[in-house]
Design a protein around this ligand. Structure first.
Ligand SMILES: Cc1cc2nc3c(=O)[nH]c(=O)nc-3n(C[C@H](O)[C@H](O)[C@H](O)COP(=O)(O)O)c2cc1C
Length: 263
């Protein structure tokens, strides 16, 4: 069983590959169901992107409400985690294991994949160049094949992660500030001149945070719920065919990316 969260598709691509390699179910963490029964010796995988060098809020909430049942001891199931990132994951795996411990679980092996960057909401953050995106995906495909072999073979004690420089500071200082202050849907705006009312943003939002509602001119345009469910994955921003969605002022001249995005 693979539990997956993905905003712009990087992690979903990786999780799908693992599902094919292991022959096990792929379950989106955004599915309403949180109760699952494990088959005998079924592996338990957690796949998600790093957000501010931590597991995204949505992932933590999902794990907290997850109810797994098994005819054998939960801890005897092989458990692993794969995290995708733009460059580094800090102490994300340690934080994940703290959450898993509350459920009697522990990630026996941990893996990270460096994938195209999706965060563009700070002055120094940009999407990668098309060439860099391709290089990252090509490299990730090779790493993923190796990880899939280790996971299929239930290898424990394999830790292949890029933690970055001063991982404690990244996760517990910068990441802590980032996740407590900068994950909000209140900064999304829509340029009504550019919006073609296609509703794609609402369709691709993994948390169902966008409703198409009539604006003053009578046409429907996106409205964010402001109820704490947004995890700021930026799927809406990156998929908009007219770049009509922005996050504050910073993203107006930034690029867009999602896995499979035409170059
Ligand atoms: C809100 C947010 C925060 C992010 N924080 C980090 C980070 O701390 N370190 C990093 O290397 N990449 C970071 N990224 C980049 C993503 O982790 C990376 O692009 C990931 O592969 C996206 O996966 P997805 O396409 O499955 O959503 C962040 C992206 C977002 C949207």
């Amino acid at each position: 069983m693979i539990f997956c969260f993905s905003g712009t598709g990087n992690t979903r691509w990786a999780a799908q590959h693992l599902a094919e390699a292991t022959g096990e179910r792929l379950i989106l963490m955004t599915d309403a169901n949180v109760s699952y029964s494990l088959a005998r010796d079924e592996r338990i995988g957690f796949c998600f992107p790093v957000h501010g060098w931590q597991p995204p809020r949505l992932v933590r909430r999902f794990i907290r409400s997850l109810a797994l049942t098994s005819e054998q001891a939960l801890a005897s199931h092989y458990c692993y985690a794969l995290v995708t990132c733009g460059d580094s994951i800090g102490l994300t795996m340690e934080m994940l294991n703290d959450e898993l411990a509350k459920k009697g679980l522990y990630a026996h092996s941990t893996f990270s994949l460096v994938m195209p960057e999706s965060y563009v909401c700070l002055p120094f953050m940009y999407t990668d160049t098309p060439q860099r995106e391709k290089e990252k995906i090509d490299r990730a495909a090779i790493d993923l094949d190796n990880y899939a072999r280790l996971i299929t073979g239930r290898r424990k004690g394999e830790h292949h992660t890029v933690r970055g420089f001063m991982p404690w500071v990244l996760s517990h200082v910068i990441g802590a500030y980032f996740n407590s202050r900068m994950i909000t849907d209140r900064k999304f705006t829509v340029d009504t001149e550019q919006c073609i009312h296609c509703g794609l943003c609402a369709k691709v939002c993994p948390t169902g945070d966008i409703r198409m509602a009539d604006n003053d001119g009578g046409a429907s345009s996106p409205k964010w719920m402001h109820d704490g469910r947004c995890t700021c994955c930026l799927s809406c921003y990156h998929h908009c065919p007219r770049h009509a969605i922005n996050y504050g002022n910073i993203t107006r001249r930034r690029g867009q990316y999602y896995f499979g995005h035409p170059q």
